[in-house]
Design a protein around this ligand. Structure first.
Ligand code: ACO
Length: 329
């Protein structure tokens, strides 16, 4: 039996109301609005209020996606939460999401691929759907970076923001939905972006806390060079896997880490500004949430027409990267 065609049938997103502008950051670390804007393109980011958790924001995004697809929580058979900023080290955040949503019949697990998490999770979810194992899946990209960045480290704290985006995967008409995906990893560059303490390498201790090793450490320059190279390669590889070319693309939704990275990739591929939407000026880098929040914004603005060719391309900690190519249903 041929595999069924599957795709994204609805989206939802959630952003905390509290904003931190570059001017607010000027009061916290030795930085300036001008440096942040020219080096990254970011103007403000959202920060989750105290007392709320990763799963709370994920559930908010998921409820909207379920409502938009007219799906009841009990119909969901699998929940994949892409995140590296969990509620707790154990259990998976997806378990809290399952319970809070009331998705009693769903299996649930987390997937950790840094900023590439949502793309990885879509590729995994797609396989469960195409094999016929499940008919409705919820994929969520959520990261609450504000709880994991060092607010004394100007090289990282200005870059990130909190957010959640969700997609319901379901069956679509033949010829629509997911066409191809491509995932890559280079573990030799694992230390370019990491949280050194809290795992078996350096269990949490007074020393690790004093040395601030439970916060994100990033070699920004190394990640920058890697990102510029890998975006074009991942876009072309995804398209080649379904016999298509860059000229066939209607929209390219890129991970939102730095406006200079996005612009350089867009120009290298000769794409127009309107084909490569950007929201990082308003939200910063939301890691696994960047692409699904961008996707939901585009859907709510009615940017996509039925039959449009879309690619999602992400890169991040691992180092990991990947692309998804789909025809909008
Ligand atoms: N304000 C003012 N000055 C700063 C700041 C700041 N916030 N941060 C760094 N600087 C200084 C540095 O100390 C350095 O000063 P020096 O020359 O006196 O040493 C100078 O600015 C230049 O620093 P660079 O790091 O070379 O600046 P660069 O132009 O490379 O920009 C940045 C840094 C924005 C981090 C960039 O490298 C970048 O965007 N990298 C990619 C990050 C990324 O894509 N991450 C995605 C993955 S995230 C994930 O998976 C969770």
């Amino acid at each position: 039996m041929p595999s069924p065609s599957v795709g994204i049938i609805a989206t939802g997103s959630a952003l905390p109301p509290k904003k931190i502008t570059n001017f607010d950051l000027e009061q916290m670390v030795d930085t300036s609005d001008q440096w942040i804007k020219t080096r990254t393109g970011i103007e403000e980011r959202r920060i989750l209020e105290k007392g709320k958790t990763t799963s709370d924001l994920a559930v908010e995004a998921a409820r909207k996606a379920l409502e938009n697809s007219q799906t009841k929580a009990e119909e969901i058979e699998l929940i994949i939460v892409a995140s590296f900023t969990p509620d707790k080290v154990l259990p998976a955040t997806a378990c809290y999401v399952q319970h809070k949503l009331g998705a009693r019949k769903a299996a649930a697990f987390d997937l950790l691929a840094g900023c590439s998490g949502f793309v990885y999770a879509l590729a995994v979810g797609r396989r469960f759907m195409e094999s016929g194992t499940y008919r409705k899946i919820l994929v969520i990209g959520v990261d609450i970076l504000s709880r994991y960045v060092d607010w004394q480290d100007r090289s990282t704290c200005v870059l990130f923001g909190d957010g959640a985006g969700a997609a319901v995967l379901g069956r679509v008409k033949e010829g629509y939905g997911f066409l191809a995906d491509y995932l890559g990893t280079d573990g030799s560059k694992a230390e370019a972006l990491m949280i050194p303490a809290g795992g078996t390498f350096a269990p949490t201790s007074e020393d690790t806390v004093r040395e601030r090793l439970h916060f994100i450490k990033m070699n920004g320059h190394e990640v920058f060079k890697f990102a510029v190279r890998v975006i074009e390669e991942a876009t072309i590889e995804g398209l080649t896997r379904c016999q298509l070319k860059i000229e066939d693309l209607d929209f390219l939704l890129l991970h939102q880490a730095n406006k200079r990275i996005i612009e350089s990739a867009r120009k290298r591929m000769s794409l127009k500004e309107e084909q490569v939407p950007i929201h990082l000026d308003r939200y910063g880098n939301m890691s696994a949430a960047s692409i699904p929040v961008l996707l939901d914004e585009c859907v709510r603005e009615n940017r996509f027409k039925k039959g449009n060719l879309l690619a999602f391309v992400a890169f991040g900690a691992g180092l990991t990267w990947g692309s998804i190519v789909m025809r909008w249903a």
